[in-house]
Ligand binder design. Sequence first.
Ligand SMILES: [Zn+2]
Length: 334
Amino acid sequence: MKELIKKITEIYSPSGREDEIREFIKSEIKDHVDEIKIDKLGNLIAIKKGTSDKTVLFDGHMDEIGLVVTHITDNGFLKVDAVGGQNPLNLVGTQFQFNGNIGVVGIEGETTKELRENHSHLNLDVLFVDIGAKTREEAEKMAPIGTFGTYATGFHDLGDHLVSKAMDDRIACATMIQSIKEMDKPKNNVIFAFTVQEEVGIVGASVASYDYDVDMAIAIDVTKALDTPKAIKRMNMKLGDGPCIKIKDNATISDRNVVEFIKNAAIEEKIPYQFEVLFGGGTNAMGYQRTKSGIPVCTISIATRYIHSPHEMVSYEDVKNTVKMIKAISNKEM
Ligand SMILES: [Zn+2]
């Protein structure tokens, strides 16, 4: 599965520009599902039919955070804005790609005092991207205003720990693809929704289930791991302790019955799990919870270090256990 994770995280597809990732996922799963369709917003929805009349939906968002070109200077540097939640601290010195053109993020400052101030109050006004163009005309040909970019960093296998850009949320997409491939006929009908534009406001998930009668919806996403030196102590999630069953975050309180259902599925299949209470944050579970007349929801999270940085880190054991959990839930009587 590591090969799949490498391929899927290295694909360039920021929010609103999910074409490449959608094509990749479609080609991976099309021979293993009963139905597949793309809705008007670009969500990719695949169905595996079960033997019962109950339906569970799993969601993984296809998009990743990025930057968009807003202005080009006379000497060919790009000024940018954020697509999704970008922390400027993660940007300085990193590589981005715009239309396949590699760029380096630099910082402005005409005096050492100004440079120091810009560093300590970092924001996108004082950052620029250098794509190697010497003039505005040259840059406009390579990355005109409105061009979206993503981190240009790649996958690294550190053994159990895996590092790449866009683990958020391609790691969920990878677990769903793997589950689809490993699953024979499940007990429940299973809808796999690979959704668009989570990072800019839970857009795809707000509509993805609209045409279906869904009994429970489970978002698969990343969550903060607090197991690094001097991390916030008031939260509990760690790499390697199993998938996290979310109790709440800032957007959603998980449905109690769905939490119990997932927990029992894990216990029955001897899959390790952690409970997650996240302060801050939110997932696509919010979109499903508030669709139509309401769907009971929960999120299964994969603990991740350095979220929204160019190098997001997960545990491969957690990833494999998430695949087991998806299969256990799909086959458990509702
Ligand atoms: Zn995210």
